[in-house]
Each structure stands twice: as C-alpha cells, then as structure tokens.
Ligand binder design. Sequence first.
Ligand SMILES: [Zn+2]
Length: 490
Amino acid sequence: MYNQFLNYRKKMKDVESAISLLNWDMETYMPEGAASMRSGHISTLSSIYHELATASDYESMLKNLQDDTTLNFSQKRNVELCLKDLSRAKKLPASYVEALSHATSSGFINWQKAVKAKDFSLFAPSLKKLLTLKKEEANYVGYEGHIYNAFLAEFEPGTTSEEVDIIFQDVKEKLIPLLKQITQKESADNSFLKVHFDEQKQWDFSLELLKQMGLDFKYGRQDKSHHPFSTSFGSEDCRVTTHVHANDVMNTIGSCIHEGGHALYEQGLSAIAYGLPEAQAISYGLHESQSRFWENNIGLSKAYWQYNLPRMQTYFPEQLQGIDLSTFYRAINIVRPSLIRTASDEITYHFHIMIRYEIEKALLTDQIKVEDLPAYWNAKYKEYLGIEVPDVAQGVLQDVHWSHGAFGYFPTYSLGSFYAAQWHAKLKELYPDFDAKVACGDLAFIKEWLNQNIHKHGRLYSASELCTKLTGEPLSFKYFLSYAQNKYLP
Ligand SMILES: [Zn+2]
C-alpha cells in the first residue's frame, strides 16, 4: 500500500514539475507570441494536478495508511502531511477557486495599470474584491485566534499571528533605537559601486560565487529573467535566474547569492523521497532563512569579502582599483531608511515588513478602508522610517503580492532573516574559527551543516521543532539583534 502511495505522489510531482518548468520557461526563453497558448498548457496541467490532489481514491489510500501501524516515523509523517494538505485543498469549493483565480488575474493587470499611472484608485476595486474573497477563504479553511492565522497557515504552517506579534514588538522596541544609533554614525560612500560594470563579467563572477557556495551545476543552471527567482523540478534540477544591473553590481551579486541559497535548499532535499513532503521545503520562512543567510550573514560579511574582493578586482580592475577591504565592506553595508523594500538594507528591511504586516491585519479586520490605504501607508513610513512617500508607485503599490491575493506572505521574509541569524549563531558556536574559514574561501562546511541539519529533513519536522532541535529553543529575535549590534555598532 505504501508503495502505491509513493507511485501516486511521484505522478503528482511529475505533473507539478512540468507546470514549474513551463513557468520557468515563460520567465526566461518563451517567445512573446506564445503567452496565450502557454497559459492554456498550464491551466490544463493545473486541472490534472487538482484532480489528482483531490481524488477520492487518493483520499482513501491515505486514510488506510493512517491506520497502518507498520509505518516508521518518516512514512507516518509523510502520510499525515499529505492528509493535511488534502483536507485544506478540499475545503475550498471549485467555484471559489475559480473566482479567486479571476480576481487575481484582473487584480494583477489593474495593479500594473495603477503603478504606471501612479493612481491607486485604478487598483482599489480589485483589492476590495480580493479582500472579500480572502475573508471568505478564511471561513472555508477555518482558523483559531486572529483571522490572519488562516493565511499564515499557508505560508508559515505552525506559526501564529500572536507569535509574529511578539517578534515585531521586539523589532519595534529594540530595532528602532539601534537604527537611530547606526544612522547617526553613517558616513560610508558607495558611489564607486554605482558605476558601469561589464555585464558579461558580472555574469561570470556571479557563477564563480555560486560554485563557491557549493551549488552543483550538474543538477542546476543559471539563466536571465526580468525578476530574479529560483525554482526546482525535484532536487536533481534546480534553477536560478538573475537580472544583471549594469550600474548596480552589488544588486546583481546580492540577488545571485540570495537565489543560490534557495537553490542549495532545493538541491539538499532528498532525491529518494521525490514527490513526498519529506522532499519539500518546510515553509516560506525557512526557505528565506536559507537565501537570506547566504545573502546577508555570509555575503555581506567581512570574512567573505576578504576572500572575494581580490577575486572581484581581477574581473573589474578599473572600477575597484585601490579599494581596500574596509572601504568595500562599509560601502556594501550602508544602513539608511529608504522607500523601497527590495532595495533596503538588512536592518531597515524589517520595518518595511512590519508596516505591511500591520496593514494586512488592519485590512482583514476592517480597521481601515481600502480608500484610506495610501494615506495610512504614508503615515506608517513617516512614523517608522521618518521618510516622506512621494507617490503611490513608490509607496503602497510597490509590491506585487496583494494583487495576487497573497496576504500573510510578507512576515515570512523577516522570519527568514531571524531564523538565519539563529543558524548563524549556532554555526559560530560549533565552529569557533568560522570567520577564519570563510576568509579562506571555505564554505563547504556551512553547506554541509545546512544539508545535514535542515535540508535533508524536508517537512518531517515543523519549523519550530527543527529550530528547537538545532538551537535548543524556538525562533527568537535576540539572535538577530545581537548579530546586528555586533556588526553595526563597533
Ligand atoms: Zn527569496
């Protein structure tokens, strides 16, 4: 019976991988004229997937296995998680799924129009519709406590809004004073990084950095896309994409390392457990804990650049001539409140997320009206970051997430950074020569630790169980705070 289950899950995963591959192609190589045919391909495969994922045969197979006492720990856990996923999928009526799919398609189109025209009113009706639908969804799937928990369950299963509140309370109480201290002293100059850097050389250097991290190009590749992303079709085929910024080399490098961190997670998942929850990432926050760990904790560290600055200088001798490590290190670590989340530094980033989190909760509980959203947004930016928002395109409309109806997604970015700080602290405890190793270009021990302790378990443990198993306690903001204090206060 368990073998039958394995074959069934493999079939589901094959269909899902085909959809992912078509999506990857759509963002990279697909000719423009193929768009409408392609959405047909994807929609056909998606309905085949939905049939497989909600079939009554599949459900009875799972229910029989649930009573099978011969299963071992991981087998049992795989069955339990599949049942959990199935029960959530079955709670949403087909008519609702269809209505949401229409609302997100037109929401995305109207969001694009509104950004272009810098006119929030072009998006407001779509956002209202999406909020109504998402509240309906919360009732279908059910939740305890705050309605926000219905959405967190999708992106960060096992974490509640009440827990996220505690973490952002810490952000507010401890990060605001720290930010003040840091920005008072901020005087670094990064203008030498904002000049033209040859695009092909940026590409070549980024591949060298990915190989250093241990990304295995026998089982993956990098391509170009408008927005960088990573995807995988199983641990034996993991793709990253990048966007080369001719005049912003560190943007290219940071996002390559970020996506590389995602891809290492996917490559580290079990190949044997293909199709099972055991070969799936735990949550969005845990995925971000990998990408942000590599991007920030490693990729913005002095030790990392002690090794890599000389290498970068061989690619770009003109632009980086005479730049020493400490000048470079300060230039890539400037902390300064800014308007745009994706361009912000690793400290102020969390205020961008906290603002979105507070707004989502207020919208979902009708504490604010959609019409008042731009003014509310601007007031929050003034309050937390002390900056004026010039227009809605650089304000409330800067992110695509809400146009897709993705409420509950934003906190996973901050949770990811905070988990990353906790892994970082653990690694430094286990390897007292951590920085010395990194400064010699040795990153293999880090990848190995992540592989053995995080990646290979897939979803067998929840985020909080895994965190406690590895660090002795569940997620705690104190690790990020001490990381930030140690890095930015001296
Ligand atoms: Zn990411």
